[in-house]
Design a protein around this ligand. Structure first.
Ligand code: FAD
Length: 390
C-alpha cells in the first residue's frame, strides 16, 4: 500500500496534497530564505478547511483521525517543513480542545465556529526560568469573577504573531505548585505580544518562533477544564510526538525523493547500467521505511485507544512515545545526510534543483524541540521501575 493510499475518511489528505504541490512547494525556499511565515500555504489550508479537520463530526468538523492528520503533516513536509510544523503544532493544540473541552459550552461553541472561521492555534509552553520543562510553570492565571488575567514570558512562541489564539500553560492560581498547571486559550485580539528575541535560526525558519512577553485577559471559561497534567499526557504529548515524527519523516522523504531523481538522471545518461549511487539510495529507503512504520503504528494505536484515557497515562505508552520522538528526530537528519552523500555537490549548493540545505537544517531542529536528553532522562527514571519489553 502506498503512503497516500491509507483510507482517507475525511478527504483531508487529498486537500493537503493539493496545497503541498500547488502552493507550499513553490514558496518553501522564499519562506526559508526570508524566515517569513508561510502565509500562502496557510491561506490555502484554511480555504480547504484543513485547520478544522480533526474537529469531531458532531461539531461540524471532518473528524479526521490522528493517522490522517499525521499523513497530512508528512505530505506537507515533503514540500515545506516549516508549514508542516505549523500544521502539526496547530493540530496538537486542537486535540487538547476536542478531547478535553467537549463538556464546556464555551469550547463546544468555539469548535462549531472554527469550522467556519478556520482559526489557527499556537502554543506557549516554554517560559523563561523553567528551562525547557513543559510540565512546570512560573506564571499563574488570576481569575476574578468571570474574567481571567495572565502574563507570561515565553522563550519560544511559534507563529504566535500569526495565530488566532494561543494555548498557554500556567499555574492554576498564584498559590499552586509549579506542576499544577492549566491550559488557557488566549485569543489574539485579547492579548498583547511583545517580541523579546529574534528568530534567525538554522532551520524551521518559517515557523517564526521568537520569544514573547504575553499579557492577556478574557472570559474565565477559556481556561480548559481539567488539569494540564491530563491534557498533556493524554493529548498534547502523544499528538505532538506522533505528528512531529510524521513531518520529520516527510522532510527526510522529500530529501530522498530529490536524491532518487538525481540517481534516475544518472541512470538515463548510461542506459543499461545501475549507477553506484543507486545502492546508497536503496539503503536510505530501508531507514525511511523503518522511520515511517514507527509513527504510523503509534498513530494507529492512539486512534484505537483514543478514549481509553487510563491506557494513555501508562508508563509503557509514555516510554514508547518518548522513544518515537528520540528515534525520529535522530533518524531524519541522518537520512538527509545520506541523501546528501548520494547527490554530492548538487545537494550542497543552495541554487541547485537537488539542493538539500533546507531539508538538512529543518531536520536538525527535531532533537532540540523538547531536548532529547531531557526526554532520555525521563525515560531513564521510568526504566528503573518499568520492566516489560516495549
Ligand atoms: C522549531 C522550534 C519551534 C518551537 N516552538 C515552540 C512553541 O511554539 N512554543 C513553545 O513553548 N516552545 C517552542 N519551542 C521550544 C522547545 O520546544 C523547547 O522548549 C526549547 O527548545 C528548549 O530550550 P533549550 O534547548 O534551551 O532548553 P533545555 O531543554 O533546558 O536544554 C538545554 C540543554 O540542557 C540539556 N538538558 C536538559 N535537560 C537535561 C537532562 N535532564 N539531562 C541531561 N541534559 C539535559 C539539553 O540537552 C540541552 O543541551 C520550539 C523549538 C523549536 C526548535
Amino acid at each position: 500500500m502506498k503512503h497516500e493510499e491509507v483510507p482517507a475518511r475525511s478527504g483531508l489528505l487529498d486537500a493537503v496534497r493539493r496545497v503541498a504541490t500547488d502552493i507550499a512547494a513553490a514558496h518553501a525556499d522564499d519562506v526559508d530564505a526570508k524566515a517569513r511565515f508561510p502565509i500562502e500555504t496557510l491561506a490555502a489550508l484554511r480555504e480547504q478547511g484543513v485547520l478544522s479537520a480533526s474537529v469531531p463530526r458532531e461539531f461540524g468538523g471532518a473528524g479526521a483521525s490522528l493517522l490522517e492528520q499525521a499523513q497530512a503533516c508528512a505530505v506537507l513536509a515533503q514540500s515545506c517543513g516549516s508549514s508542516a510544523m505549523v500544521l502539526a503544532m496547530h493540530y496538537s493544540q486542537l486535540a487538547c480542545i476536542t478531547r478535553h473541552g467537549a463538556d464546556s459550552g464555551f469550547f463546544r461553541d468555539w469548535m462549531r465556529d472554527t469550522v467556519r472561521r478556520q482559526d489557527l492555534l499556537a502554543s506557549m509552553t516554554s517560559e523563561n526560568g523553567t528551562f525547557g520543562d513543559t510540565r512546570s510553570s512560573i506564571c499563574a492565571v488570576r481569575v476574578d469573577g468571570d474574567r481571567f488575567a495572565l502574563e507570561k514570558d515565553a522563550t519560544t512562541g511559534s507563529y504566535c504573531a500569526h495565530a488566532d489564539a494561543i494555548l498557554v500553560t500556567c499555574r492554576r492560581d498564584e498559590q499552586a505548585a509549579a506542576g499544577d498547571q492549566v491550559l488557557v486559550m488566549v485569543r489574539r485580539q485579547d492579548c498583547t505580544l511583545e517580541q523579546t528575541t529574534s528568530w534567525d535560526t538554522l532551520g524551521m525558519r518559517g515557523t517564526c518562533s521568537p520569544g514573547f512577553k504575553l499579557a492577556a485577559g478574557g472570559d474565565a471559561r477559556q481556561i480548559l477544564p481539567g488539569s494540564f497534567a491530563d491534557s498533556s499526557a493524554q493529548s498534547m504529548v502523544p499528538t505532538s510526538h506522533i505528528l512531529w515524527a510524521a513531518l520529520w519523516w516527510g522532510i527526510a522523504a522529500g530529501a530522498v525523493q530529490r536524491a532518487a531523481k538525481f540517481v534516475r538522471g544518472q541512470a538515463r545518461q548510461r542506459p543499461g547500467s545501475v549507477p553506484p549511487t543507486a545502492q546508497a539510495l536503496a539503503h536510505l529507503q530501508v531507514k525511511l521505511q523503518a522511520m515511517k512504520q514507527n509513527w504510523v503504528s503509534a498513530a494507529r494505536d492512539f486512534d484505537a485507544a483514543a478514549e481509553d484515557r487510563e491506557d494513555l497515562m501508562g508508563m509503557g505508552w509514555a516510554l514508547r512515545l518518548n522513544n518515537l520522538k528520540i528515534a525520529s528526530s535522530e533518524a531524519a537528519p541522518q537520512i538527509v545526510h545520506g541523501a546528501l552523500q548520494v547527490v554530492g555537490i548538487g545537494g550542497y549548493k543552495n541554487d541547485s534543483p537537488f539542493s538539500l540545505g533546507r531539508h538538512y537544517r529543518d531536520a536538525l531542529s527535531g532533537s532540540l524541540m523538547i531536548s532529547n536528553e531531557r526526554i532520555a532522562a525521563k525515560n531513564a527514571s521510568m526504566l528503573l521501575v518499568y520492566k516489560d519489553a516495549i
